[in-house]
Every structure is written in C-alpha cells, then in structure tokens.
Design a protein around this ligand. Structure first.
Ligand code: ZN
Length: 125
C-alpha cells in the first residue's frame, strides 16, 4: 500500500535534544511530502519540533494525487482479494488431485483383484 512508508531517525537534533525522525505526510493537502519532527512530536509533554523537507506541491498536484492514491489503494486491495481467491482455488485443485490419485489407486487395485479372480475361476474349470 502507498500509505506504508519508511520512517527513519536522522542525526538532526530538535529543541529538546532528541533525534528527529523523517516521515511522509499522506494528508490530502500534503500527499507524499516528507517532513522531520521530534520523536516525541504530538505526544503529551513532547516538543513541537517540526520542519518540512520537501517544498509544497502545486494546487493541481494537491487535487490529483489523493485521487490517484485512492485508486492505487483500491487496486491493491483488489489484488489482495484476487490472491486470496487464487489461493483458495489452488487448495481446491490440490484436494481434487489427491482424491483423483486415491481413486486411481483404488481402481488399479480393483482391476488386479478382478483379473486374479478370472484367473482363479479359469484354473478351477
Ligand atoms: Zn524534541
């Protein structure tokens, strides 16, 4: 999914002396825009260090990108559902193949018994 992003700590220290962390914004106003903030940003008692890394996007990109992300996420969800369906079908095929093997083995055994019974009947005549 597009919302899964890597976050990483950088050596850049904030006002409180902690390392800052680089994240990616996925809000409609700032889709895909990276920023750095204190590791305790928005926590109770945390500090307010926040700074954009990427420059702001133009209004057209702000309009288009959220819709594209929604479409990509929708398609990703469909792919996940289809993979689940494929897995279920593969499980059914495997089960049917195993049943077919058992049936063939049983048929071979029945034919062997039938032929042997014919031989025995023939020899007893
Ligand atoms: Zn801080």
């Amino acid at each position: 999914m597009w919302r899964r992003t890597s976050e990483y700590v950088v050596d850049d220290l904030c006002h409180c002396g902690r390392n800052s962390i680089v994240k990616t914004s996925w809000t409609n106003l700032n889709p895909g825009r990276r920023y750095k903030a204190c590791t305790k940003f928005r926590e109770v008692g945390g500090c307010h260090y926040f700074s954009w890394i990427d420059s702001p996007m133009c209004s057209r990109a702000q309009q288009i990108i959220p819709g594209l992300l929604k479409r990509i996420n929708k398609h990703d969800n469909e792919v996940v559902k289809l993979k689940d369906e494929v897995q279920k079908l593969e499980d059914v095929v495997e089960k049917l193949e195993n049943e077919l093997k058992k049936k063939r083995s049983r048929d071979r055994w029945m034919w062997t018994v039938l032929v042997l019974s014919w031989i025995v009947v023939y020899l007893m005549m």
